[in-house]
Design a protein around this ligand. Structure first.
Ligand SMILES: NC(=O)C1=CN([C@@H]2O[C@H](COP(=O)(O)OP(=O)(O)OC[C@H]3O[C@@H](n4cnc5c(N)ncnc54)[C@H](O)[C@@H]3O)[C@@H](O)[C@H]2O)C=CC1
Ligand SMILES: CC(=O)C(C)=O
Length: 256
């Protein structure tokens, strides 16, 4: 019987790559997203590649919807083993442009979505009577301060703390909790950030991307598949005795 993984934000970018990689690793995959047609399209690609996949619509900021998505995945596939809390938003906010609304939305989705995902997954693992793995999306921006990303960075720092604390709480149940921290990855989210930073400075898009890419030792932007490789490791047996860790990936970023 295949192990079962659920990936949030699986309709594009890094989440899409993670879902496809876990399929290639032999998982049955539940793809969760706010926009059902996006995750249905990726699920269809996996099914056409002889994989087992279902698409589920859920807003990760809504605790009930996250629990319902985990239940649906478990009911559909008959088991539940890995939870990837990937979904997130990345507002670009110089400190003087932070508003209560921007702050609240990022916290609800990035921080709340991660907490509800951990709660729902751990509850299901215990209900099924076996261990499990929980993998959270932090960021290099959750390891060092990025100008213009105060709100976003604060949520990604928070996710590393949540990862460490819940790893300790859940260890006795055999549940591991780890985080992946991508660097600069070519996705719609990163492109949007670079464009906004460039626009605010009256510069072209390429200048905006350079503001983030200059610290990469290998001088190479990452692709979503690079990040999926790290998540593949965290979802697989080779990371069974690792918990509470945040893995920085992508080009050996060298922070000044
Ligand atoms: N792209 C990058 O350079 C980096 C991305 N990350 C993190 O990796 C994760 C994925 O990032 P990307 O693929 O670049 O983002 P993306 O914006 O391209 O894709 C994110 C997906 O999450 C979904 N989503 C957003 N809010 C949601 C909600 N409330 N409920 C359900 N789904 C929701 C979106 O619809 C989208 O499909 C995020 O957590 C991000 O913070 C971390 C470091 C770098
Ligand atoms: C989007 C993100 O996580 C960055 C710029 O590190």
């Amino acid at each position: 019987m295949k192990k079962v993984a659920l990936v949030t934000g699986a309709g594009q970018g890094i989440g899409e790559a993670i879902a496809k990689r876990l399929h290639h690793d032999g998982f049955a995959v539940a793809l969760v997203g706010r926009t059902l047609d996006k995750v249905e399209a990726v699920a269809k690609e996996i099914q056409n590649d002889h994989g087992d996949a279902i698409a589920i619509q859920a807003d990760v900021a809504n605790r009930d919807e996250v629990f319902a998505a985990v239940q649906k995945a478990s009911d559909h596939f008959g088991d539940f083993n890995v939870m990837v809390n990937n979904a997130g938003v990345a507002p670009t906010t110089p400190i003087f442009e932070v508003t209560p609304e921007i702050l609240e939305e990022a916290e609800r989705i990035n921080v709340g979505g991660t907490i509800w995902g951990i709660q729902a997954a751990a509850t299901m693992f215990k209900k099924l009577g076996h261990a499990g793995k929980i993998i959270n999306a932090s960021s290099q921006a959750g390891m060092t301060g990025n100008p213009n990303l105060t709100v976003y960075g604060s949520t990604k720092f928070a996710i590393r703390g949540i990862t460490e604390t819940t790893a300790k709480e859940l260890a006795d149940d055999g549940i591991t909790v780890n985080a992946f921290c991508p660097g600069i990855v070519v996705t719609p989210m990163m492109n949007d950030i670079a464009q906004q930073v460039a626009d605010k400075a009256g510069k072209p898009f390429e200048w905006g991307m350079e503001q983030f890419a200059k610290d990469i030792a290998l001088k190479r932007l990452s692709q979503p598949e690079d990040v999926a490789g790290c998540v593949s490791y965290l979802a697989g047996p080779d990371s069974n005795y690792m918990t509470g860790q945040s893995l920085l990936i992508d080009g050996g970023m060298v922070f000044n």
